[in-house]
Design a binder for this molecule. Sequence first.
Ligand code: ADP
Length: 589
Amino acid sequence: MKISFRLKLIFSYIFVILVSFGFIAFFLDNNLEKNSLQNIQSSLVTQAHLIENQIPLEYLKQEDIPYLESLVKALSARTRSRITIINNKGTVLADSDKSQAEIPQMETHLYRAEIKAALTGAIGIESRYSSTLKMDMLYVALPVTDRNEVVGVVRLALPLESVQKTLFATRRVVLIGLILAVVLAFILGSIVAGRTIGPINRMIQVARKFSEGEFSRKINQASKDEIGELAATLNKMAADIEDKIREIKSQNQKLSAIFNSMIEGIIVVDRSSCIISINPAIEKIFLVSKKETEGKVFLEAIRNNDIFDIINRVFSERKPQSAEISLILPVQRIFEVNATPIFDNNSASGCLIVIHDITEMRRLETVRSDFVANVSHELKTPLTSIKGFVETLLEGALEDKENNLNFLKIIQDHAERLNGLVDDLLSLSHLESKEITLNKKSFNLRQQLEGVISGFKSQLKKKNIEIKNELPDSISVVADKERLEHVFINLLDNAIKFNKERGAIRIYSQEEDGGIKVIVDDSGIGIPEKDISRIFERFYRVDKARSRELGGTGLGLSIVKHIVELHGGSVGVESAEGFGSKFWFILPK
Ligand code: ADP
């Protein structure tokens, strides 16, 4: 049960009042009753002494009833108490409240306590209900003695009504005082409580708003007392909390921006391996949605045992763990997984997993090592030949008039191949180095091709190949002329090399949206389907021996691809084995 402050205050006031009034009433009541009784008693005793002295012993001894009768009546009128005279046998001789005729009917008083005491010579005092008078009475009985012998008893009786009246009056005053005090306590308590509770209630309302995150309202801190101080403290606290919340919010925003935009996948799990949060990168990697995964057990949401093992290791060893995992589904990729425990009070309460896609890095590493192996291999073949023939010449073949020139010719061929290879490697590495700048200008493409074709005259003639430059007269492009010449040279070189005797080559163009497509169409040996996708890779050749024999390095097409891509264009090939190939490149306008 909730008791309001107002009631508590009023109850405590009333409690204090009741306790103090209780004490006062108890002592007052007790003392008053005792004192009044004592006063009446002593005055009755005094009166009894006086009356006792006025009774002539002779009359008493002779039991002169009429005399005694008139005496008690006269004395009673003056003392206003009832006076009774009794002989030493307990028989009533005279009574101020009874007529002479009634006296003989009165029973013997011998057994009344006060009379009994008086007959022994003492003062008898007794208060009791008088059946004769039907009220509470105080009786005082005194012995009347004659030479130490009790001859009778004089008894005075007074109704206790007055004592009770006084007591009642006092009690009434106390009760009225009490009621007044209680009413006053109620009013005063209400006022004091109201004064205190009003501001507190207003404070409670505003504090409630604070707890709901609304800090715009401030508590009125008008009073200068403790309540005012409390209001000021609450206001300051609210301002501090508001600042802290703003700070936390902005930090959270920053963190979630980082979290959401990170390329690395991030998963946060709790101690029971339930997913607390994932970022968009994870959604992409595992093809899951944030909504479906969060709150679920890790393996249920992301079915990857490797990562689950890493999480378990983090919890058991309480140390960061990392591993490389490969994913086959949905796509084949390699990931580096780093998992760190999240500590809370010295115990690992969760785990942060960062997943980094290193597929491209691994691919580049392979490409690089393949490249080194390829280059070494390409260099090794001509060098071995040169070394071999030089040794042969040195060992005496120099004198061999028939073959020495032949040997030197072979050495020259190999040296030229080496030179060509180094040239291609240099231009490739130059093209790949990001520093390259294109020297773009507008020129006529048909004329340029004409120039390149004339450079191949002897080779064309050797194979009896017919070549047709079908590019329009007016065709002009904006490009790096020197590099584009390189493209034509490489494509024509291949179109001749891999052509048949009496073959044909056609170069024509097509308008492509946003660019010009130039096609080199040959009637050569074509390219098997399985090799087409890899033909632009460095050192990739359909028939290594044949290419080498024809003086190829395997770098021509990758140089073409690089140059065209540097211009923002693209390359491609359509070919069928045995039916020729169509190599094309598109230059954007
Ligand atoms: P290469 O120095 O061997 O010519 P390229 O990079 O220019 O190197 O060509 C790679 C390979 O592509 C060649 O070895 C050849 O197998 C194939 N190829 C290129 N052009 C043609 C073509 N016009 N017809 C048939 N095969 C070709």
